[in-house]
Unconditional design. Structure first.
Length: 142
């Protein structure tokens, strides 16, 4: 089960609701990233276990020759889904088979923005002060 925390900067009052590093649930693997162009924190989806119909939208295809459920990586020009968007879509239960799809972390605003990994104890993307984590999780997911 994944957890989302509230991180706050004591100097500039910037707040972000992120995991604070790598986290995983049953259907998602995320990592917190900092966009150096937007100067904000966000959770980027690294892997997601999607129904076949949605996995094909991101360029994943099942291997027909072997009959196995192997997948190819997504097309590099496709923007990865947002963490919040995937949480909303993966809530329903269905009988459709699911496949893991890998994504390259990227900013939701622009593919050209530079992103870097961020973890607990990291610096504020706006002013550079050390961000503080709230003791209780803001949200439990998956």
């Amino acid at each position: 089960m994944g957890r989302t925390y509230l991180f706050a900067c004591p100097k500039c009052a910037y707040q972000a609701r992120v995991a604070g590093g790598s986290d995983e649930g049953m259907n998602l693997v995320i990592h917190t990233c900092a966009c150096t162009d937007c100067r904000r924190l966000f959770d980027a989806v690294q892997r997601a276990r999607l129904p076949l119909s949605e996995a094909r939208q991101f360029g994943a295809t099942a291997e027909a020759r072997t009959g196995l459920a192997g997948l190819r990586k997504k097309r590099p020009w496709r923007r990865p889904p947002t963490f919040e968007g995937l949480l909303a879509r993966l809530g329903g239960l269905s009988d459709e088979p699911r496949r893991w799809v890998e994504f390259t972390p990227g900013c939701a605003v622009s593919r050209l923005h530079r992103v870097r990994p961020w973890k607990i104890g990291g610096r504020c993307p706006r002013c550079g002060a050390v961000m503080e984590r709230n003791a209780l999780p803001f949200r439990l997911w998956d």
